[in-house]
Write a protein that binds this ligand. Sequence first.
Ligand SMILES: Nc1ncnc2c1ncn2[C@@H]1O[C@H](COP(=O)(O)OP(=O)(O)O)[C@@H](O)[C@H]1O
Ligand SMILES: [Mg+2]
Length: 274
Amino acid sequence: MLMRRKVRGPAIHVRGAMASDLAAALDPVVFAQDKLAFDPDGWQGDFLRETKNSLLNCSRQSGKSTTTSVKGLHVATYQPGALVLLVSKAFRQSQELFGKVTDFRKRLEPGPVLIEDNKLSATFKSGSRIVCLPGSGDTIRGFSGPRLIIEDEAAFVDDGVYTAVRPMLAVSGGQLVMMSTPHGKRGHFYEAHKSNEFRVFTVTADQCPRISKEFLESERKALGDAAYRQEYFCEFLDTTDQVFKSEHIERAITDDVKPLFGPAGQFVVQPLKF
Ligand SMILES: Nc1ncnc2c1ncn2[C@@H]1O[C@H](COP(=O)(O)OP(=O)(O)O)[C@@H](O)[C@H]1O
Ligand SMILES: [Mg+2]
């Protein structure tokens, strides 16, 4: 009886571990919960499972960086040879995201065997790599075939960087993830959020269970209405350096107004309306 139990014990344990590994490999939400002790919010779970290009237009502190680092680690762990690129405005910022990936990696039991690990990249024995990139288009052109590109604070990243990273996905069919709070009606993050190419996740601060009403109220007072709406309610506002609001310019461009110059080059005086 004892002998049988000894034999069956480990077998059941191995089967259990294998099942758990398989479930974690197939489902990044299970990976987050079972392997990383990270319990995703609803939208975070949806995003972790999404394989289409995704755009996270989410409040400050809603959990963008945390969730994308889980996704990056999941890809690197279960897709041997996968290249995961972390892009941001500057090295320092992509390094910060890399730090989150590293913190989660250290929770893995057993941890993946690394053949290289430094402040800017990690290479797994499986051939997967996670690499931090600087925010300059010229220096990032060398990479090809990434499975996943994560662009942090995308509204602040140069459009040239975006132009440089997109073609890398041409052959790999990898996923592009952009995350940011808005920063005006301009640039690739704004344009992408209007396009149909990305699944857009919009998460306002009041939808985040960790941000209190009291905190938001004090932020509204401290920041003023425009910045508050931008930082916490995901609104693309006219840039502060713009003299006229976009909607005013759009309204001004109308066919109703007679031209200053008549058909024969004659100057036509418009009546002033008050
Ligand atoms: N699902 C979650 N459960 C618990 N804490 C979370 C969760 N998602 C994010 N956090 C925490 O919220 C804080 C902000 O997360 P972060 O990813 O840095 O936000 P963002 O990049 O959107 O500003 C961090 O302390 C992070 O650990
Ligand atoms: Mg962040």
